[in-house]
Ligand binder design. Structure first.
Ligand code: SAH
Ligand code: SF4
Ligand code: F3S
Length: 481
C-alpha cells in the first residue's frame, strides 16, 4: 500500500517541510535525484538489501524500510552483494546480537570490493548505548545507525548517508509519536502485518523489549481500519494485528477502546477473509475477547499465548502477573468457547533460581495445555533488565538438560494434537510454491498449520478447500476438493 504521491512534483528548491510525513516525502524526492545520478553513471539501478533479524514487528518495520527504498528507485534484492545493505536488528537474546557482529565482518569484505556500498543498522539492538559505542569503535565502516523510535525518518537519514561523510548516528531514547502514511513494500501480496500498537509497559523481568521499544502507544482505530481497508483493496485476504500485548490495546487512547471492540470493527471490513493477532499476554485476555473470537467468522481460531514458565513462583519473579492455575483456567475457557482452537506458546528455560521442581511445573502445564507448537528459549541474560542482576543463575549444563527434555515433550504433544484434523476438508490460504517440490503448493490452515498439496502458482493468495489426507507431524499433505 503506497501513498499516491508524485515525488517528482515536490519542489526541492524549497527548504524541507517541518510537518510529517511531508518532510519524509521531500527527502524521498531528494534521494531519487541521487539514485538518478547513480543510474546515469553506472547504467543500472542501485540494489538494496533489507535484512530482517527480529520478530513480526520488526518484519513489518522492514517492509516500511523497503517501501521507502523502492520509492527512491532502488531495486530490492535478497543478496547482500548490494549497494545499500540495512540490518534491522533484534536484541531479545544474546545470540541475536552475536549474529549481527558476525555478519558485519562479512559485509566489511564486501565493502572493500565495492567502495560505493553503504551499510546501515537499525532496530532494537541499536537502542542499546553499549552496542552503538562498540560499532563506533570497532566497525567504523558502518555508514548509518538509527533506532526504533525514529524509523519514520528513514528517508531523511538515507539522504544524509548517501551524501557521504562520517557515520550518521541518530538514536532517540523514546517517543510518543506515530507517523502515518509512509510507503510500505509488502513481502506477500495476499497477507500483511498491521501494527496496532508500539512499545510495551509490562517489564517482564527478563525482557529487554520495553527498554528498546519504549512505552506502549496505540494507534487510533480509524487509522488501523483505514490501513486494512486499503490493504484489502490491494488484494490482502489476511491481516495479522501486531503488538507486544494486543490485549491491552486502546487503553491509553483519548477515547479508550478495547481490543475486542477493535476486532469487531475489523471483522466488518468487506473482502477481508482472515484476522490473526499476536501477542496475547495471558494477564489481559478478557472474557469479552474470548466471546468475540467465538462469535467471529474471520478471526482465526489460533492464539499465541506465551506461558514463559509453569511455576507460579517463577512467574511472580518474572513479573508476569498470573499463576499456573490462572493460565490453565484461561486455556480451559478458550477451549470451551472455541473447541478446535490452536494454542501456541513461548517458554523460557533456566530463568535465575529455576529449580527442578519449577521446571516440572512447566512440563506439567505443557502436558495439560497441549500446545500445537511452542517456541522454547534458553534464558539469556540481558544487561539492564532486573533478572540480569539476580543471583542463582542456573548452570549451563542443567539448563541444556532441561531444554532438551522440554523440547522432546513439546514435540511429542504437538505431533499428536496437530493430527486432529486428519481426514477433514478445511480452507487453506495458499502462500507459495513448495520449496522442495515445485509440483506442490504450500498454504496455511486457519489454525496456522502448514499444508502441502498439488497445485500451481495460480493458486497463490487464494483460499481453497483441501482434504487433509496425512499429518506428517507438523504439517499436512492434502488434495484440493
Ligand atoms: N511480547 C511478547 C514477547 C516478545 S519477545 C510476550 O509478552 O509474550 C518473544 C519471546 O522471547 C518471549 O515470549 C520470551 O519467551 C522470549 N524472551 C524474551 N526475553 C528473553 C530472554 N531474556 N531470554 C530468553 N528468552 C527471552
Ligand atoms: Fe517483553 Fe513482557 Fe513486554 Fe512481552 S510483555 S515484550 S515479554 S516485557
Ligand atoms: Fe527482537 Fe525487538 Fe522484536 S528485540 S523480538 S525485534 S521487538
Amino acid at each position: 500500500m503506497n501513498a499516491n504521491i508524485d515525488f517528482d512534483r515536490i519542489d526541492l528548491d524549497l527548504p524541507a517541510p517541518e510537518k510529517e510525513p511531508d518532510r519524509q516525502y521531500y527527502f524521498i524526492a531528494k534521494c531519487r535525484r541521487l539514485v538518478e545520478d547513480f543510474k546515469r553513471e553506472n547504467g543500472r539501478a542501485p540494489a538494496a538489501c533489507v535484512f530482517n533479524m527480529g520478530c513480526q514487528m520488526n518484519a513489518r518495520d522492514s517492509e516500511k524500510l523497503s517501501g521507502i527504498l523502492e520509492q527512491t528507485g532502488y531495486e530490492l534484492t535478497q543478496s547482500e552483494d548490494a549497494d545499500f545493505v540495512i540490518y534491522n536488528t533484534c536484541t531479545v537474546r544474546e545470540n541475536a546480537n552475536l549474529k549481527v557482529y558476525g555478519r558485519l565482518g562479512v559485509l566489511k569484505t564486501k565493502k572493500q570490493k565495492n567502495p560505493r556500498m553503504r551499510i546501515a543498522l537499525c532496530g532494537c539492538m541499536m537502542q542499546e548505548p553499549q552496542v552503538v559505542e562498540k560499532i563506533r569503535k570497532s566497525y567504523g565502516f558502518v555508514d548509518l545507525i538509527f533506532g526504533t523510535h525514529n524509523i519514520y525518518k528513514f528517508a531523511e537519514l538515507l539522504y544524509a548517508c548517501l551524501c557521504g561523510g562520517d557515520m550518521v548516528v541518530d538514536i532517540w531514547k523514546d517517543t510518543d509519536r506515530i507517523v502515518e502514511n509512509l510507503p510500505v513494500e509488502r513481502k506477500y501480496f495476499f497477507k500483511s502485518g498491521v501494527n496496532i500498537m508500539f512499545g510495551c509497559n509490562n517489564f517482564c523481568s527478563y525482557c529487554i523489549v520495553p527498554y528498546v521499544r519504549g512505552r506502549e502507544r496505540s494507534r487510533e482505530p480509524r487509522e488501523i481500519l483505514r490501513e486494512i481497508e486499503r490493504l484489502v483493496d490491494d488484494g490482502v485476504a489476511e491481516v495479522m494485528l501486531l503488538g507486544q500485548n494486543v490485549n491491552s490495546y486502546g487503553r491509553n487512547l483519548d477515547e479508550p477502546v478495547t481490543f475486542a471492540q477493535l476486532l469487531r470493527e475489523v471483522e466488518k471490513i468487506p473482502g477481508l477473509a482472515r484476522i490473526r493477532f499476536m501477542t496475547s499476554h495471558p494477564k489481559d485476555l478478557s472474557d469479552e475477547l474470548i466471546e468475540t473470537i467465538a462469535n467471529s467468522q474471520k478471526i482465526c481460531p489460533h492464539i499465541h499465548l506465551p506461558l514463559q514458565s509453569g511455576s507460579s513462583r517463577i512467574l511472580k519473579i518474572m513479573n508476569r502477573h498470573y499463576t499456573k492455575e490462572q493460565y490453565l483456567t484461561l486455556v480451559e475457557k478458550l477451549r470451551a468457547a472455541v473447541p478446535d482452537i490452536s494454542l501456541t506458546t513461548d517458554i523460557i528455560v533456566g530463568f535465575p533460581g529455576e529449580t527442578e521442581e519449577d521446571f516440572e511445573e512447566t512440563l506439567d502445564v505443557v502436558r495439560k495445555a497441549r500446545f500445537d507448537s511452542a517456541f522454547t528459549f534458553i534464558y539469556s541474560r540481558r544487561t539492564g533488565t532486573p533478572a540480569a542482576s539476580m543471583e542463582d543463575q542456573v548452570p549451563q549444563d542443567v539448563v541444556k538438560d532441561r531444554f532438551d527434555r522440554l523440547l522432546a515433550e513439546v514435540q511429542r504433544i504437538a505431533k499428536e494434537t496437530s493430527a486432529r484434523f486428519t481426514g477433514q476438508v478445511l480452507p487453506v490460504l495458499v502462500e507459495e510454491i513448495n520449496a522442495q517440490d515445485s509440483a506442490l503448493v504450500t498454504g496455511r490452515l486457519a489454525s496456522n498449520l502448514l499444508v502441502h498439496f498439488p497445485g500451481d502458482a495460480s493458486l497463490i493468495g487464494k483460499i481453497v478447500d483441501v482434504e487433509l489426507t496425512e499429518c506428517k507431524g507438523f504439517y499436512y499433505l492434502g488434495n484440493v476438493r
